[in-house]
Structures are given as structure tokens and as C-alpha cells.
Design a protein around this ligand. Structure first.
Ligand code: NAD
Length: 252
């Protein structure tokens, strides 16, 4: 097993890429704390994972709330005494707004979940990772974090910033045995798009123009496998960078 006894905090674990990652990591023997806002969904995932050798502990939390983040980290330490791996995976889309029609409400909400949450969680776990002298942080960015035409303004800005944060953390903490990398998935078949209410159609239509060239939609498990590679020692010399997994969407 590639993650035997590894203690992992995984956010956004109640569906999609996070759910697939929770199950994949449990198969590989990890001890996981899975985080999302819905306790019922997390419990169902923990139940599915009970067939595997790892352990899965649901903790309800909203990554945009500082007190929830502190609670998740404190409870993980109470349960296991250390944190080996943090996966900042929770994320939301915006309503495909552009700079001329962005609202403060949408901007703040998206940045709080996609960027401030990962920063705060990283800040909290680093307290333990620095003492342990090892740690591994993985951020779920997006091809929207590398290109301008793959999402609304707040989403694209937050995912670009997450890649910048990944590089900064990777550089600053490499001498302390801590790595930080990001994954930039292309389009993956999850619920994320269904959660968008009232999209701005003029922005969306403009973004959709290149979709006819778009090769394929990926499966959550295809991203979970990359999470596993980055979380394992097989990727020990990879730090401060981003792995793109998009079936070739950004190859043109
Ligand atoms: N699906 C795609 O095409 C795609 C592409 C690139 C990047 N991503 C990124 O992958 C990550 C996972 O998305 P997904 O596609 O699996 O979508 P999803 O909607 O199925 O999963 C998102 C998860 O984040 C959780 N979440 C949202 N807001 C939260 C909050 N405030 N606090 C705690 N949890 C919260 C949701 O409950 C869910 O568990 C996101 O960061 C997303 O931006 C997805």
C-alpha cells in the first residue's frame, strides 16, 4: 500500500474528485479526515471506504470559515497526533461573470473558498509539519489557473493565485522537508457545473467557442490517481509545480 499509515486532511470530499480521492487513498491504507459542509454525504463516503484498509473520519466544516479550519486541524491532531498530507480540494465556480459585471459578493465567496481557505489550512498544518520536519500539500487548481478563457473571472483569478501560492510554499518550505504541488484538471465529470445558478450567458457562450476542439471529459478517478502519485514517495523530487491533466485541452 502506497499510503500506509499516512494521515491526510482532504477538503471537498463529499463528491466528485474529493470523493474519488478519499476512496482511492483509503484503498492505499491512508488515515483520512474528510471535510465538507454536508455530514450526511461524508458519512456515506466513510461507509463506502469501510471496505478498504484505511480509516476515514468525516468532519463537517466550511473552508471559508476560519474557526472550522482550526477545528479540523485540532481534531486531526487529537485523532492521530500528526498531519502528513493536506489536500486543498474544495472549490466552487463563479457564475461566469467577467470584470465588467463582477459583484463583490461573488468575488469574495469564490476567493474565500478557493484561495483563502487553502491559505488558512496550509498555515495551520504548517505548525505541525514544520515540527515533524515533513509534510506534503496538494492544491486542486484548474486549467482555469493557467489560461484566461476557461472560467469566470473570480474562478480564473482564484485558481491562478492558488498556483502562485503553491510555488511560494514549495520554495519556502523545501528545506523543512515539506513539498507543495498543484493539479490542474481540465473538464472532469462532476457535479461542480450543476451547482452554478444563473450563469452569465454572454460570457459562457464566448468561453464555449473552443469546446468543439475539446477532446474529452475526464473521470474523477483519473485525478485521484494523480493525487495519489503526488501524495506518495514516488513523486519525492516534484515540488512547487503543477501537473496538468486535461486530456489535451490545453495542447492547442
Ligand atoms: N470538475 C471539473 O471540471 C474541475 C476542473 C478543474 C478543477 N476542478 C476543481 O476540482 C475541485 C473539486 O471539484 P469537483 O469537480 O469535484 O466538484 P464538486 O462540486 O463535486 O466537489 C467540490 C467539493 O467541494 C466542497 N465544497 C464547496 N464549497 C465548500 C466549502 N465552503 N467548504 C467545504 N467544502 C466545500 C463540496 O461540498 C464538494 O465536496 C475544485 O477545487 C474544482 O475547482 C474541477
Amino acid at each position: 500500500m502506497r499510503l500506509s499509515e499516512k494521515v491526510v486532511i482532504l477538503t471537498g470530499a463529499s463528491s466528485g474528485i474529493g470523493e474519488a480521492t478519499a476512496l482511492r487513498f483509503a484503498e492505499e491504507g491512508a488515515k483520512l479526515v474528510i471535510v465538507a459542509r454536508s455530514g450526511d454525504k461524508l458519512e456515506k463516503i466513510a461507509e463506502k471506504a469501510s471496505a478498504f484498509p484505511g480509516e476515514v473520519h468525516p468532519i463537517v466544516g466550511d473552508v471559508s470559515k476560519k474557526e472550522d479550519i482550526e477545528n479540523v486541524v485540532n481534531k486531526t491532531i487529537e485523532l492521530f497526533g500528526r498531519i502528513d498530507i493536506l489536500i486543498n480540494n474544495a472549490g466552487i465556480l463563479d457564475n461566469y461573470l467577467s470584470a465588467d459585471n463582477m459583484t463583490d459578493e461573488v468575488w469574495n465567496k469564490v476567493l474565500d473558498v478557493n484561495l483563502t481557505g487553502p491559505m488558512r489550512l496550509t498555515r495551520e498544518v504548517l505548525k505541525y509539519m514544520e515540527k515533524q520536519k515533513h509534510g506534503n500539500i496538494i492544491n486542486t487548481s484548474s486549467v482555469g489557473g493557467l489560461y484566461g478563457g476557461r472560467g469566470g473571472l473570480a474562478y480564473v483569478a482564484s485558481k491562478h493565485a492558488l498556483i502562485g501560492m503553491t510555488k511560494h510554499i514549495g520554495f519556502m518550505f523545501q528545506d523543512k522537508g515539506i513539498r507543495c504541488n498543484a493539479i490542474a484538471p481540465g473538464s472532469i465529470g462532476t457535479e461542480i457545473g450543476l451547482k452554478v445558478t444563473n450563469p452569465n450567458m454572454s460570457v459562457l457562450n464566448k468561453l464555449m467557442k473552443h469546446f468543439e476542439l475539446f477532446p474529452q471529459t475526464g473521470e474523477p478517478n483519473e485525478i485521484a490517481n494523480i493525487m495519489l502519485f503526488l501524495a506518495s514517495e514516488e513523486s519525492s523530487f516534484i515540488n512547487g509545480t503543477t501537473i496538468v491533466a486535461d486530456g489535451g485541452w490545453t495542447a492547442f
